[in-house]
Write a protein that binds this ligand. Sequence first.
Ligand code: NAD
Length: 289
Amino acid sequence: MITGTTRLLGLFGSPVKHSMSPAMYNYCFKKWKIDWRYLAFNISREDTEEAIKAFRVLRMRGANITMPCKQAVIPYLDWVSPAVKLSGACNTIVNDNGFLKGYITDGEGYVMNLQSHGMDIQEKRITILGAGGAATAIQVQVLLDGAAEINVFNKKDGFWNLAEEKIQKLQDSFPNQRISLYDLDNQELLQEKIQKSDVLTNATRVGMAPLKDVSLIQDTSVFGERLLVTDCVYNPIKTKLLAAAEESGSQIADGLGMLIYQGAAAAKLYTGMDMPVDEIKEHFFKSES
Ligand code: NAD
């Protein structure tokens, strides 16, 4: 029942109509007997400032922020986390008595997904394919969590110049850890770096439609028991990369895990409660696994 004291939370961005967030959060609020409701709001980048004004006036408890508002929202908040400052993006807002705090939970979701597969990222070496939004959030979080070395491989496409700038900035902020950017076309170097890594992550769009049948790793001899292979792509859940890695003996962690854990990290910020991740997976995504 919606009451006179029901509080509102929501998703801001565009498009949002296919988002699973309303179903997942409302399921949790009901389970936890919290008098809150969560709706999806179609907000353009240009309307971000007005949306945050409305958020304040309506005293909403929280909001998840998705594209195209993840960067645009930052100037309108009262405080942002170190990860937001470093990545330049925000996906979660919490309203603490009128004081708006901004967080980014994509990287946290990634790390929690690794932990659920027994991987502690501290002192580890990681190779990341991609230098876009998801890759940046991951780079920032694994640096904050003490990873020793991060090798980022990207095509020399429209992301390259910005990636060079961002990675230099991260290297300056974390002088005792190493982060480097390499050309994805240098397959020999890529293989060499993967062989010395504990984790390989695909954070590009390769693996989802229209590149569903493509994997950026041609030589499957780099896979094996000592390498955890993860993908940010969650549609399909088992990408071509993950299927090949599993067949060659690597442990795999899929993008759906990262997606649910980033939602769990946001839920924790809103409520202090731990989202029942396995139950959510079973309830909402069983048919897709
Ligand atoms: P983005 O547009 O910011 O970055 C795209 C990246 O893909 C860039 O590094 C680009 O160089 C690379 N790329 C694109 N086409 C390529 C190709 N043909 N070959 C090699 N590299 C190519 O996108 P994003 O927001 O970082 O999202 C990347 C992927 O991660 C998407 O599939 C997205 O759905 C997924 N994602 C998942 C989660 C999660 O929680 N699981 C969160 C965020 C994003």
